[in-house]
Design a protein around this ligand. Structure first.
Ligand code: NAD
Length: 281
């Protein structure tokens, strides 16, 4: 008898997340039962209730959990094991529960790498500038270097945060050329870059605009965004208009869900089908 998988998402302000629809839709398409519940911390006593929710999920027989803001770091203390990527990043967005044992993964990182590789259609990332050194930025920077970027400049309005990420990336990728700068370094960095990644919230509906002057873009660059609401940010719209190759943020959302689905179920998710489902939502 085919089994039914039970999964959930724990985080704050997640009632409108599309992740449950992606997982349940892919389960249906594969003919397996998969129930995916939203467990919003805001309705359950805030981040302090994380341990209670994780313990309850184990007791109720959940197969896995996705974990999001603001508990991707604090969940680590509740886990039995971490895969290498999650351990390196110090952040977990996916937990597999097997016989009461909890293992943490980071599919933000692997999902972005998947999305970048597909979006670049086989070309090397080359020389890359990334704006934004926060939570998403840390995972995306690691993924981009893991995908083969040779030169990497991390820029953040908070220059100390950019330098701190630079230092940990240099330790992990000692054979690459890695720099950090404040926003005033953007023009010089972009002049020498093959690609640029926005990992700031700029471009979201409530953060309209772009993190830097789009007149600095060129048609021979690739331009990636992590923002996925809207999918067509001002940055990507401008890049497309000048003929630059673009990699949109919904692909990262799809990529992290594909990898999490495979961790939860052991089944291979159909990347094109999940991407089509995401576009239709
Ligand atoms: P965060 O707050 O941890 O980090 C954002 C960083 O950007 C901060 O360091 C901040 O100083 C910097 N920043 C903000 N505005 C800037 C500007 N104008 N110029 C330069 N630097 C600026 O946030 P986060 O968790 O990293 O999330 C960032 C965005 O990533 C979110 O808005 C979300 O849309 C997106 N995200 C997408 C996915 C996905 O699957 N597609 C997953 C996670 C996050």
């Amino acid at each position: 008898v085919p089994r039914t998988y039970l999964c959930g998402l724990i985080g704050s302000g997640i009632t409108r997340s599309l992740t449950p629809l992606l997982h349940e839709g892919e389960g249906r398409a594969q003919g397996v039962g998969l129930v995916y519940r939203i467990l919003d911390l805001d309705e359950r006593g805030g981040p302090d209730s994380l341990r209670r929710l994780v313990t309850s999920a184990v007791e109720l027989g959940f197969d896995g959990l996705n974990i999001t803001f603001p508990v991707k770091q604090s969940v680590i203390g509740m886990l039995d094991d971490l895969d290498d990527t999650a351990a390196t990043l110090g952040a977990v967005n996916t937990v597999k529960i097997t016989d009461g044992k909890l293992t943490g993964y980071n599919t933000d990182c692997t999902g972005f790498a998947r999305n970048l590789t597909a979006g670049l259609g086989g070309i090397d990332p080359g020389s890359v500038t990334q704006i934004g050194a926060g939570g998403a930025g840390s995972a995306v920077a690691h993924a981009t270097l893991h995908s083969g970027a040779q030169r990497f400049t991390i820029i953040d309005a908070d220059a100390a945060r950019a330098r701190s990420l630079r230092d940990s990336l240099r330790n992990r990728f000692p054979d690459r050329d890695i720099d950090a700068d404040g926003l005033d370094g953007i023009a010089v960095a972009l002049k020498e870059s093959d690609g640029v990644i926005n990992a700031t919230p700029m471009g979201m509906a409530h953060h309209p605009g772009t993190a830097f002057d789009t007149a600095l873009l060129r048609d021979d660059m690739w331009v990636a965004d992590v923002v996925y609401r809207p999918v067509e940010t001002e940055l990507l719209r401008t890049a497309r208009a000048i003929g630059a190759r673009t990699v949109s943020g919904d692909g990262m959302t799809v990529g992290q869900a594909l990898d999490a689905f495979e961790i939860f179920t052991g089944l291979t998710a159909d990347a094109d089908r999940v991407a089509a489902h995401m576009s239709a939502l």
